[in-house]
Design a binder for this molecule. Structure first.
Ligand code: AMP
Length: 279
């Protein structure tokens, strides 16, 4: 496994590789866990050469404290990547990516950016669009892998690629969970033991909401989820919404043939957790 911090060196290495190999790319912010590894396994399956980037992107954090406290475990990340058979890792500094101008570009994703995470995290998807576009321009992969854990992000990346005519195939990958159902996330390591114990309540609620969605109205399911969280002393619901998978707009009524997902954001103390489920 080769590790690069420098754009020019990575690019000259990849230009040789690309002559004979299909390059798969997995952008991450590090603090790697089994969820990331499942994307890398998919990358190994669907491409010949796997590149992973590790970069905690400052422009996508709306909360400065979250950026400072975001877990950074580079040494362990590199061990995990080596063990799984990743081919190349890109770990640039902020200066290498942004120079002295740590700013996000403004994007229009046909309204996808205004829903859910976009509504609650100011400027988040401009930051995500900025870094992913930059990384695609640097790595120029044939195919890139993103988790459904961040389903809105996945749809936005598909839109980014379509609108900016970036020649890369985007592959969505299933959510990887802990045995107790909690969606794996780098932020889980920051949960207090008490909050960690309670956090599976989130996925349990999603699964129950899915059952209810089959026979109840959307409003009834929404109200049921809100009430369930009102009774929970440790977890604070930020939003739960049932949205159309394509437009990500909140649905009011079920329309036959449309696909829906339930999306949730919850505060477990200071830590914000998100999850979603296909309905
Ligand atoms: P992050 O390092 O959190 O920015 O995540 C990097 C990539 O891994 C993104 O495409 C995420 O959606 C994906 N990812 C993070 N957690 C999971 C998970 N539990 N299951 C599947 N994919 C995940």
């Amino acid at each position: 496994m080769v590790v690069f911090q420098n754009i020019a060196k990575l690019q000259s290495h990849l230009s040789l590789i690309k002559k004979s190999k299909k390059v798969g790319f997995i952008p991450t912010m590090g603090a790697l866990h089994e969820g990331h590894m499942s994307l890398i396994e998919k990358g190994k399956e669907k491409s010949d050469y796997v590149v992973v980037s590790i970069f905690v992107n400052p422009t996508q954090f709306d909360n400065p404290e979250d950026l400072v406290k975001y877990p950074r475990t580079l040494e362990n990340d590199l061990k995990m990547l080596e063990a799984i058979g990743c081919d190349a890792v890109f770990t640039p500094s902020s200066n290498e990516i942004y120079g002295s101008n740590i700013d996000a570009q403004t994007f229009h994703f046909d309204g996808l950016e205004h829903q859910m995470e976009g509504a609650f995290r100011d400027g988040h998807f401009d930051g995500v669009g900025t870094i992913v576009k930059k990384l695609f321009e640097i790595v120029k992969p044939n195919v890139a892998f993103f988790g459904e854990k961040d389903f809105q992000q996945l749809q936005i990346i598909k839109k980014l690629v379509e609108k900016h005519e970036i020649p890369v195939k985007i592959v969505g990958c299933k959510i990887h969970r802990e045995e107790d159902g909690l969606a794996m996330s780098s932020r889980n390591t920051r949960l207090t033991p008490e909050h960690r114990k309670e956090a599976p309540f989130i996925y349990k609620t999603l699964k129950k909401a899915k059952k209810r969605f089959k026979k109840e109205s959307i409003d009834d399911v929404l109200n049921w989820v809100v009430k369930r969280f009102e009774k929970n002393q440790l977890l604070e619901l930020e939003y739960f919404t049932i949205a159309d998978e394509k437009t990500l707009k909140s649905a009011k009524e079920k329309v036959k043939g449309e696909k829906y997902r339930g999306f949730i954001a919850v505060f477990a103390g200071e830590i914000r957790l998100i999850d979603n489920i296909k309905l």
